[in-house]
Design a protein around this ligand. Structure first.
Ligand code: A3P
Length: 288
């Protein structure tokens, strides 16, 4: 994986060497979804890896063997990538499969399945700041020239995997579906244990209190940051330049306040209001 070139598939930017027309067509049209599959869907930088860790720990009832042995991106690969097809085949069942795909490009065979989707969202201002830092280090991103330029692109939907607004609006069309569960990064921060219990209920998994304790403890920022199987330090430096930033960067809510000017914040708010006006669901950051 190298290069920072993007290509456009169905109007959405993807990364050369990570995605291909073939891998995206396969993901949408041919990928066989199984009834016990659990999909971890996010817009990038919304807490994807946090949710992978939570779901893995729930799957193994709090046992940390896998968390300490297998890199996080192999425990729940992104099925739409070039390597995803083979990586998914290697998974134990029930498979925990990650995806950043927008709703309209998701696996068609999901519709007739009993598989479940967990969709994690995060305040787009913090998604943007996280993405801005990560873009410096991860080679698949175009290196941002400036925060302003990166923000203009983000607000216009000119980012990998497309517009945050379209992603959220697209996936939230599923919100009444019993196979769909949505949650926010902010709720995970506010009450991780409560969220783990809700996720277990959605998955139909009953865990003893001690197992829940282990899920909560081992998916904490501190434990994940120190776990080399969760903190992405196992990624080769030609893919992720570790000197330019760590994957487990800050792990907080509201870091955008350290980066946005008053004017940038106003523009961001205006675009947000306009783009989200038809979504009939109040999200965490709309109310808090
Ligand atoms: P920051 O860059 O704001 O620190 P993704 O997994 O979708 O790429 O998201 C990465 C973001 O989630 C990063 O945000 C990372 O620090 C944060 N993150 C990962 N694990 C976390 C955890 N256990 N608790 C809180 N934040 C976490």
């Amino acid at each position: 994986m190298m290069g920072k070139e993007n290509f456009v598939h169905k109007g959405t930017p993807f990364a050369v060497n990570v995605h291909s027309e073939e891998s995206l067509n396969y993901a949408e049209n041919e990928f066989p979804v199984l009834d016990d599959d659990i999909f971890n869907v996010t817009y990038p930088k919304s807490g994807t890896n946090w949710m992978i860790e939570i779901l893995n720990l729930i799957k193994y009832k709090g046992d940390t063997t896998m968390s300490n042995r297998v890199p996080i991106y192999e425990r729940s690969p992104w099925y739409e990538t070039i390597f995803g097809k083979e990586q998914v085949k290697a998974l134990n069942h029930p498979r925990i499969i990650s995806s950043h795909l927008p709703y309209h490009m998701f696996a068609k065979s999901f519709s007739k399945s009993k598989a479940k989707i967990i969709y994690t969202m995060r305040n787009p201002k913090d998604v943007f700041v996280s993405n801005y830092h990560f873009a410096h280090a991860l080679q698949i991103f175009k290196e941002p020239k400036s925060l302003q330029e990166h923000m203009d692109n983000f607000l216009q939907g000119n980012s990998l995997y497309g517009s945050w607004f379209d992603h959220v609006k697209g996936w939230m069309q599923m919100k009444e579906d019993r196979r769909f569960f949505y949650i926010t990064y902010e709720e995970l921060q506010q009450d991780l244990r409560g969220c783990v219990l809700r996720i277990c209920k959605f998955l139909g998994q009953e865990l003893e209190d001690e197992a829940i304790d282990s899920v909560v403890k081992n998916s904490s920022f501190k434990v994940m940051k120190d776990n080399k199987m969760a903190n992405w330090t196992t990624i080769p430096s030609d893919v992720l330049d570790h000197s330019k930033g760590s994957f487990m960067r800050k792990g907080v809510c509201g870091d955008w306040k350290n980066y946005f000017t008053v004017a940038q914040n106003e523009i961001f708010d205006d675009v947000y209001q306009e783009q989200m006006k038809d979504l009939n669901t109040k999200l965490f950051w709309d109310e808090n």
